[in-house]
Design a protein around this ligand. Structure first.
Ligand SMILES: NC(=O)c1ccc[n+]([C@@H]2O[C@H](COP(=O)([O-])OP(=O)(O)OC[C@H]3O[C@@H](n4cnc5c(N)ncnc54)[C@H](OP(=O)(O)O)[C@@H]3O)[C@@H](O)[C@H]2O)c1
Length: 338
């Protein structure tokens, strides 16, 4: 018998300081009913992203997630009912579905996805994660063979792809991550040349040894002290790709700084460029085809970290912010029925 109820996770209160699972509540309501031009979608996998926390702070590229509303989040789903000529039951689709098990959305807000390889790849290597690494590194950082690339949050979703792409360009790659276990994984399993545990050694000092020729490209996911540590080791005409600032998301009191700005940017003639992956929307199809090729050949190892059950989404995000994840974290909600 078809389900008559659906579940969603609401941000019940704004976090004060660090995000807690108690900031969320699990609610049950009637199954959504799609209107004209809308789809009813069964949610399959929810993408857990560092940015989910930043959305609660506001001041990002999207509307703030306010207390009392469904937690926002990108997800992959399967169409169950279509009131649009452009979609059919069984289609695999992507949208900001939020943290829920079923959702009704206008077809105009939903993107059809073509499966290549495992379904989960549509949210990791072939999703926003892989594309962020691809465009940020290749179009903004643009590393050449023999240059040194440093990436922060290197064992995370974006960082683990950045490092592998940089290796494929012939660069020396140094990852920065939060534990010895992650550092060993980066060098032993993903082929990074070196990795620095920022919790046990100062980044600036460690780079003297691990990046002896200085840093040509810094792909920064973290901001704050790590940004500062790498800034002091940049080579003249180096490129800093500002992808995100996760060290500043899970707090009410973001740090000032980093030091060395703008002085070092001027004297070292650095190019510092921020981006949002959707800036490259018109090139997504080409990037996806190339990334699918890398994954199929095994030249990029796709690391996925899958948490089971919608009810565990809050812990999945809290855990990601404290560094639990290796690679792309997803919440598995359901399997496709067709
Ligand atoms: N510009 C864009 O279009 C775009 C698109 C997607 C993502 N992003 C950005 O990419 C970055 C990575 O996002 P993601 O979703 O792929 O997450 P992720 O890297 O999979 O997970 C976040 C990681 O950040 C690290 N971290 C947490 N707090 C930290 C701190 N205070 N200092 C240093 N490291 C910390 C943790 O690893 P450790 O154990 O190493 O600490 C954690 O695993 C974020 O900054 C996000 O905003 C940007």
């Amino acid at each position: 018998m078809a389900a008559t109820e659906s579940r969603q996770i609401t941000l019940s209160e704004s976090p004060s300081g660090k995000l807690l699972t108690s900031n969320f509540s699990l609610e049950t309501g009637p199954m959504p009913v799609p209107g004209d031009g809308e789809l009813l979608i069964r949610v399959l996998y929810i993408s857990i992203d560092a940015a989910n926390r930043a959305w609660m702070q506001g001041r990002t590229y999207r509307d703030q997630v306010l207390p009392g509303t469904k937690m926002a989040g990108g997800a992959l789903g399967e169409v169950i009912v279509s009131n649009s000529p452009d979609f059919a039951p069984g289609d695999i689709v992507e949208a900001d579905m939020g943290w829920c098990d079923h959702v009704a959305l206008p077809a105009s807000q939903v993107q059809k996805r073509k499966q290549r390889g495992p379904l989960t790849h549509l949210q990791s290597i072939l999703g926003i994660t892989g594309k962020t690494a691809y465009f940020g590194l290749l179009q903004i950082g643009n590393p050449h063979a023999g240059e040194t690339v440093v990436v922060s949050a290197a064992a995370g979703a974006v960082g683990s792809v950045v490092g592998q792409l940089a290796k494929s360009r012939g660069a020396r790659v140094v990852g920065i991550a939060g534990s010895d276990k992650k550092c060993a994984w980066l060098t032993d399993d993903l082929g990074f040349d070196a990795a620095i545990n920022y919790n046990t050694e100062p980044v600036m000092k460690a780079l003297k040894c691990d990046a002896p020729d200085g840093v040509d490209v810094f792909f920064d996911n973290v901001g704050g002290d790590i940004f500062e540590g790498v800034l002091f080791r940049m080579n003249t005409h180096g490129r800093i790709v500002c992808c995100g600032a996760v060290s500043q998301y899970d707090t009410d009191t973001p740090t000032h700084g980093p030091r060395g700005v703008p002085g070092l940017i001027v004297t070292k003639r650095l190019k510092v460029e921020g981006f949002i992956v959707t800036d490259f929307h018109d090139q997504f199809a080409k990037a996806e085809a190339e990334l699918a090729g890398f994954a199929a050949q095994g030249s990029i190892k796709v690391a996925e970290d899958i948490v089971e059950g919608l009810e565990n989404a809050p812990q999945a995000l809290v855990g990601l912010l404290s560094g639990e994840n290796f690679g792309k974290r997803l919440v598995h909600v359901a399997d496709p029925q067709s």
